[in-house]
Design a protein around this ligand. Structure first.
Ligand code: FUC
Length: 824
């Protein structure tokens, strides 16, 4: 152990501990909705904003807590409607067969600068020649709805409370009627893959009627013995997808009757346990995507669960959830208000809400991303709508990536696996997009939107043609940066190599000789709008694309070195990097969004993709590429304050990376107060889960950053030690040329920057278990805005340097399990 450690502990003990408070419960004095027969249609909007979500990453549910009638919307993350599946591989991939031969024709129009959507214009050409119009994306849909009638009169109820406990992932409802006390407890178990509902009565008996419905085609709905069996099908564009649900009821001390109407009635029971599970026929196998024996799996899961029983199932759920949830804690000194969550929200910003929102994000992450074969979608997995906004799909131009930003720093690494599994499918399908759409015979490409059926091609309109392989690969490799797991690296290397191979074939010289991505756009912004209205989105060499290609090539070079493979390919990438179109600082001092200086300072568009190298990338930083970083600051000022939910989340991260804690915190508060429904779901509007994760990712960035690397371990200052990915072009100092990563970068230690952007609103606090790149866990404690103690634990053998209070430490090397406490 490091010899400084005793000193630090002594210093920490001498200071009086602040009264730390942590907020872990969402609670309300009223049901989410009342007086409705069903959530379907009329009550959906109110429900999604007020009901409380639960989930195990595959199965999800939201409950209303209604007194006379509990309404529960059940979701299953692979339940999609109206999509195509099982087509031939080219069609299933969403590519346009043979479009590659027209690519040069399309590009010529771009080079000629024929803007717009009119015939012969760029967007018309892209539409005409590149977009698939036949493969249907479809939409995420609902699974079932469950209704539990209690016979209780809401007017007679006292002490009503509805809550979600984030420490235990238990949903609860409790109230009294006269001397009788009623409780409900809900959880969705990951180990038992099912929902469990437990109703009790004290000084009274329970009389319940339990029913279920689906909005899809019901094949069987029957009540038999203690079970409700539902078999149904969802309409796809060219197929029907089967699914099933079983509900089994165990009543203590009462009578259970199965009715001919397909309901279960309980009377005279002191407690009732309701088990629910179900599956779809989905399998993550391109291009068929079906074959799960969902009926058998539903029955097997139910039989196992019922044999275990309520008490043991609850224990298993708690052990499983808490093992994940307790890996990290954030405590900031605050006065707990005790207010119900909707009232706390109405009061405006508070540290209490800051904490609650953060803890909720970790809960939601575990709820919508664990071990399912597909990642969380635009709504996580919570959706009461038949046709949700934006199809609740997978958007590759920010939204999906944002869903996964906080997973590593907030120590929920297991939540990442659905993203990996999904990308393997997209990479397989995307091979057809690379070859058919763009005539590139190596690697894979993906476009803007996708579903669970492997759509990877540009399927909608020419205005929105873009690449996504570089963006999708960024998270994939960053996960390796955190876990340093050689097995994981081997597993994902073919995917990131395939993404890089595509760009090697797709990048093309522009008129000035630099290599650019085109056709493309800068998501989802327009340029030259004064001259051409809102017509111009398509362009060449958008800055985000170019930044991401550098990021991807650098990652791929590093991975190939670590795995000791593909020396030839590595050389190709190294040769291409300096030829990439440079990043440019424009006339207003901003980072140019496009290679031409088209930016308008009044443009407050929500997308700020041209700062992707600032966050989540690592190549623009105030500590390494200072001029680009100063230009990023100008861009951030132009883009202004009020934004959509996810954009606010991203701005939190950007400001944290610019080391402005108060600004970052301002955005985090704007998100958790002004962009939050009563149940703290982020509203875009409407509900989109990305903001729920993007803001908390920014909180992690305020406390710890670990994206820079020490390339010179003898250098004493960060400016000399840290690797800079861009250097100013001597011929044109406002242009910044990408730097070829030197061989030693592959093993360069990460720099752990402690409290890089601590906001003044959080003067006292501590965080335990944040994860840093390089394979470390970090605890940090601060008082009066000053760092007082830190601990770094190695989860693997490795080295790092600490940057704190503007000082860079010497290199520290630890063996797995060892701990370092720096002298501060
Ligand atoms: C992108 C964003 C929108 C929205 C949608 C789901 O298109 O520009 O704001 O979040 O995704």
């Amino acid at each position: 152990m490091n010899k400084n450690c005793n000193l630090v502990i002594a210093a920490a003990v001498m200071l009086a501990p602040p009264s730390l408070c942590a907020q872990h419960i969402l609670h309300y004095n009223t049901p989410a909705i009342a007086g409705e027969k069903s959530v379907a249609r009329k009550a959906e909007k109110k429900f999604i904003a007020n009901a409380l979500p639960m989930g195990n990453g595959r199965l999800g549910a939201m409950f209303s807590g209604g007194i006379d009638r509990e309404l529960i919307v059940v979701n299953e993350i692979t339940q999609w409607a109206n999509a195509s599946r099982g087509l031939d591989p080219v069609a299933q991939s969403g590519s346009k067969p043979g479009a590659g031969k027209d690519l040069e024709k399309v590009r010529k129009v771009y080079r000629e600068g024929k803007y717009g959507t009119q015939k012969g214009g760029m967007e018309w050409m892209a539409n005409e020649h590149l977009c698939n119009t036949k493969t249907r994306l479809g939409n995420y849909s609902t699974f079932t709805e469950v209704r539990i009638d209690t016979g209780h009169n809401p007017k007679k109820v006292s002490n009503y409370r509805r809550e979600l406990d984030l420490k235990s992932a238990l949903g609860k409802v409790s109230y009294s009627i006269g001397k009788a006390n009623y409780t409900r407890e809900y959880f969705i178990s990951h180990p038992h893959d099912a929902m469990v509902m437990h109703y009790t009565a004290e000084n009274a008996k329970l009389e319940l009627e339990i029913a279920t419905t689906t909005r899809h085609k019901t094949r069987t709905l029957k009540a038999e013995g203690n079970r409700l069996t539902l078999l149904a099908e969802v309409k796809l564009a060219n197929d029907m997808a089967g699914f099933s649900q079983l509900i089994q009821v165990v009543a203590e001390g009462g009578k259970l009757t199965a009715t001919v109407d397909g309901t279960l009635e309980v009377s005279g029971a002191s407690s009732v346990t309701i088990y629910l599970t179900g599956y779809t026929d989905y399998l993550p196998v391109f291009p068929t995507f079906k074959g799960r024996d969902y009926k058998a799996d539903t029955a097997a899961t139910m039989n196992k669960l019922v044999a275990v029983g309520y008490a043991a199932a609850k224990q298993a759920h708690l052990a499983d959830y808490q093992a994940q949830a307790q890996r990290m804690t954030l405590d900031i000194d605050c006065k707990p208000s005790g207010l119900p969550t909707d009232q706390l929200l109405k009061q405006g910003g508070s540290v209490e809400l800051d904490l609650l929102y953060f803890n909720y994000a970790r809960y939601l992450q575990l709820g919508c991303s664990r071990t399912a074969p597909v990642p969380s979608n635009l709504q996580g997995l919570w959706n009461p709508h038949s046709k949700p906004a934006w199809n609740s799909d997978y958007h590759f131009d920010i939204n999906l990536a944002m869903n996964y930003w906080m997973v590593d720093p907030a120590n929920l690494p297991d939540s990442f696996s659905p993203y990996v599994e999904y990308l393997k499918v997209i990479a397989e399908s995307g091979k057809y997009v690379a070859s058919e759409n763009y005539g590139v015979d190596k690697g894979w490409a993906a476009a803007l939107n996708s579903n669970i059926y492997g759509v990877a091609g540009p399927y909608n309109t020419g205005r929105r043609v873009q690449q996504a392989g570089h963006w999708l690969s960024q998270n994939l490799y960053d996960h390796y940066a955190f876990n340093q797991d050689p097995q994981y690296l081997k597993e994902i290397y073919p995917v990131i190599k395939g993404a890089a191979e595509f760009f090697v074939g797709f990048l093309a010289p522009w008129k000035d000789g630099t290599l650019v991505v085109y056709p493309t756009w800068s998501p989802e912004n327009t340029y030259l709008s004064k001259q051409h209205g809102k017509l111009n989105k398509q362009c060449y060499g958008a800055s985000w694309d170019q930044q991401l290609v550098l990021n991807l090539f650098t990652d791929c070079i590093e991975a190939s070195r670590k795995l000791k493979v593909d020396a030839g390919f590595r050389k190709t990438l190294e040769e291409m990097i300096p030829r990439l179109c440079p990043q440019k600082i424009g006339q207003h001092g901003q980072v140019q969004e496009w290679p031409e200086d088209w930016d308008e300072p009044k443009d407050t568009h929500r997308h700020i993709s041209h700062l992707i190298a600032l966050h989540p990338g690592r190549d623009i930083s105030p500590l390494t590429t200072r001029e680009l970083s100063a230009a990023a600051l100008v861009t951030m000022k132009h883009r202004g304050d009020e934004s959509t939910g996810w954009s606010t989340g991203w701005k939190t991260c950007f400001w944290a990376r610019l080391h402005n804690g108060d600004k970052a915190h301002w955005f985090y508060r704007f998100l958790n107060v002004k962009r939050a429904y009563a149940n703290l779901f982020d509203f875009h509007p409407p509900f989109q889960i990305d903001g729920n994760f993007g803001g908390p990712a920014g909180v992690c960035e305020m406390l710890l950053q670990s994206h820079l690397r020490s390339i010179d371990n003898t250098a004493g200052t960060i400016g000399e030690a840290a690797f800079a990915a861009y250097q100013s072009d001597p011929a044109n100092p406002k242009n910044f040329i990408p730097v070829v990563p030197p061989a030693e970068l592959a093993d360069a230690p990460y720099i752990l920057h402690l409290l890089p952007a601590l906001p003044s609103a959080w003067p006292d606090g501590k965080v335990r278990g944040l994860r840093a790149r390089g394979g470390f866990e970090v605890d940090i404690e601060w008082r009066g805005g000053k760092l007082v103690a830190a601990t770094v634990r190695a989860t693997r053998d490795g080295s790092f340097r600490i940057y704190a209070n503007h000082q860079l430490s010497k290199l520290v090397t630890l063996k797995m399990g060892e701990v370092h406490q720096p002298k501060l």
